[in-house]
Design a protein around this ligand. Structure first.
Ligand SMILES: [Zn+2]
Length: 360
């Protein structure tokens, strides 16, 4: 029986991740996010019950829709132990290895670290000619390790958040260093993503006046303990050192890293109103700016600056991945449909499509 991939949400425009794989009578949902924009949920009205939900990593645009699980028949959830620990209590979660072979509903799967978030994985399914779902991934992180998928996948659903963007992470540091030179500086960033990574980069460049919120403190502690499996080999000691030198935010000093990235919750929901009228405090957003958030308001008014800190693949990374896994059909996820032409040109002879249902 032909396997298929249904693109419920997350392809054709920036939106919450939610996909459905159907094979041999089994229905597997991949991620169930909320936003962007905030409040935007996948439409599960005509999806019906699914047999399993696989969560790639803990970011809200991949997990924020878990409230919709009853609509999908409350299936068992599959995630790594690190990701599962941050999910709401009371959910039935089966653990996936952070890298290695396992099975979901009798389907052989391989997982590997996604270089993007603690406990985050890509997933390869042994169905059809092979199918790879990357979730979000990055090849460049100085903190989170990335295991390049090697197994052949005729069809691949790939994180193309940055479309045909090509700038390396080293250039991001050069740009950020210009802002850091004029500190105090508030850098809203997710604690379970680039927050600890930017802090590490600062420490490597000799900065010691690093201040972090409670969530980032907790994230660093977790990376030093059970979360160390997500780190590059040999840097656990450096992360421990970072956890020691980073201090709690107690006013406008140094470089302050705090979540949430868009100012809607967490420490930045408190700090942004406190600092926005204090002109000597710089504010720089380094990720996707969600519509209808403080991040958008402050960026549009010119009070805050924006720059990208790479946490997704560049076009050259996507080209290399497609070559390595010998993919023939690519579904680019998390980018606008306007990127289709550029991606198709770069990835030829592979076929790049954004259809609603894709045979695997
Ligand atoms: Zn993510």
């Amino acid at each position: 029986m032909q396997a298929s991939l249904r693109l419920i949400s997350g392809v054709g425009k920036k939106g919450p991740a939610c996909f459905l794989v159907e094979t041999d009578g089994k229905r597997l949902m991949l991620d169930l996010g909320e936003g962007p924009p905030p409040g935007c949920l996948p439409n599960l009205d005509d999806v019906g019950p699914v047999d399993a939900l696989i969560i790639s990593h803990g970011h809200w645009d991949h997990t924020g829709g878990l409230g919709l699980l009853p609509k999908a028949g409350n299936p068992p959830i599959y995630a790594t132990e690190i990701v599962a620990a941050a999910l709401p209590d009371g959910l039935a979660v089966e653990f996936l290895p952070i890298r290695g072979q396992s099975e979901v509903l009798g389907i052989a799967v391989e997982t590997g670290r996604n270089g993007h978030a603690p406990g985050g994985i890509w997933v390869h399914f042994d169905i059809g000619g092979g199918f790879l779902y990357t979730g979000d991934y990055s090849t460049e992180s100085i903190l989170y390790a990335y295991d390049p998928p090697k197994r052949a996948a005729a069809t691949a659903l790939i994180d193309c958040s940055y479309g045909d963007y090509q700038k390396p992470l080293a250039d991001c540091w050069t740009e950020l260093a210009g802002f850091v030179a004029k500190r105090p500086l508030l850098l809203p960033a997710p604690a379970n993503g680039r927050g600890p990574e930017i802090a590490l980069e600062l420490m490597r460049h000799g900065f010691r006046d690093i201040f972090i919120d409670d969530a980032t403190t907790k994230a660093l502690r977790q990376l030093c303990n059970g979360g160390a499996v997500s780190l590059h080999v040999g840097i656990a000691g450096e992360v421990e050192r970072l956890a020691e030198i980073a201090r709690p935010i107690d006013g406008p000093h140094g470089v302050m890293l705090a979540g949430s990235a868009d100012g809607t919750s967490g420490a930045t929901a408190r700090l942004l109103p406190q600092f926005e009228d204090v002109s000597q405090v710089g504010i720089v957003f380094t990720g996707y700016v969600n519509p209808t958030t403080p991040a958008e308001r402050l960026s549009k008014s010119g009070r805050a600056q924006r720059m990208r800190w790479n946490v997704h693949p560049r076009l050259s990374d996507t080209v290399a991945l497609v070559r390595d896994i010998k993919a023939r059909t690519i579904v680019p996820a998390f980018c606008d449909r306007s990127q289709l032409g550029a991606l198709a040109a770069a990835l030829a002879p592979a076929r790049v499509i954004m259809d609603d249902v894709v045979p695997i």
